[in-house]
Design a protein around this ligand. Structure first.
Ligand SMILES: Cc1ncc(COP(=O)(O)O)c(C=O)c1O
Length: 250
């Protein structure tokens, strides 16, 4: 995703993102990880082309991509490995935490399967150091059941998004444009407003929930201080997080 200035407001625009992506590749780069953020697919054609040119692995973060399509192909089907989240906030949600990884590569499949179960082969043979990341059978059943409702959930969310974009006429609130190559799963709905806090207060008067995702840009979190980034290193992300980005769940 890239950020472009349009009508004085910074907008996320995934179509220009791939060009910036190529500039960021260094000798140390091993993989590209497109994030289908909010359910809006990344431009996978351009990303795959760059990955091929630089011989890089593509790992899709399809955590929010369940039910989204790019050029009629489901997100998560482009990369070598793709991860989906079934966290309760997602369109396909488990009873608590859950998720799954898909891959078309047998070597990755075997390694991931081992890793998610403490690296155990059988009951008594730890092949690698792993974690406990097994999806329990109860949640797998729940997800199978809820999968049948996924299309109608996305349809309902899309209808709500259409209502917002049709009814909200003011230039003070901006939405991301639709793109004919992309079917958005609308896990979240993004609105941009310079006076975000005022807008949130206004919405709450009508019991319309809105949330800020996220107040702290990634590079300013304590946990990643070791990377050496500081305030000002990502001015666009900082500007967005403080001023213009709100998301209404629908
Ligand atoms: C874009 C993105 N990546 C990764 C994750 C992590 O997913 P989980 O919490 O299911 O591990 C999330 C969850 O919100 C997400 O939105």
């Amino acid at each position: 995703m890239a950020l472009v200035l349009e009508n004085g407001i910074w907008l996320l625009q995934s179509s220009t993102g791939p060009q910036l992506l190529e500039k960021a590749i260094t000798k140390k780069t091993k993989a590209i990880m497109p994030v289908h953020w909010t359910g809006r697919p990344c431009c996978m054609d351009k990303i795959l082309k760059i990955a091929k040119k630089h011989k890089l692995l593509v790992i899709e973060d399809a955590a929010q991509g369940m039910g989204a399509y790019f050029n009629k192909k489901h997100t998560g089907m482009f990369g070598k490995i793709s991860a989906f989240s079934a966290h309760p906030l997602k369109n396909l949600n488990a009873l608590g935490d859950g998720g799954f990884i898909i891959t078309s590569d047998k070597k990755f499949y075997d390694k991931i399967k081992l890793y998610r179960n403490h690296g155990l082969k059988g009951r008594d043979n730890v092949e690698i150091i792993g974690v406990n990341s097994r999806l329990d059978s109860l949640n797998a059943e729940v997800l199978n059941f809820r999968l049948k409702r996924l299309k109608s959930i996305i349809k309902r969310r899309t209808n709500n998004v259409n209502i917002y974009t049709k009814k909200v006429k003011t230039k003070k609130v901006q939405f991301i444009n639709k793109n004919k190559n992309k079917i958005n799963a609308h896990v979240m709905f993004i609105a941009f407003c310079e006076k975000r806090d005022k807008l949130q207060k206004y919405l709450s008067k009508f019991n319309i929930q809105s949330l800020v995702y996220y107040n702290t840009p990634l590079h300013l979190h304590k946990g990643v201080r070791y990377l050496g980034y500081k305030k000002g290193d990502f001015p666009v992300a900082e500007k967005l997080s403080k001023k213009v980005c709100i998301k209404c769940l629908c």
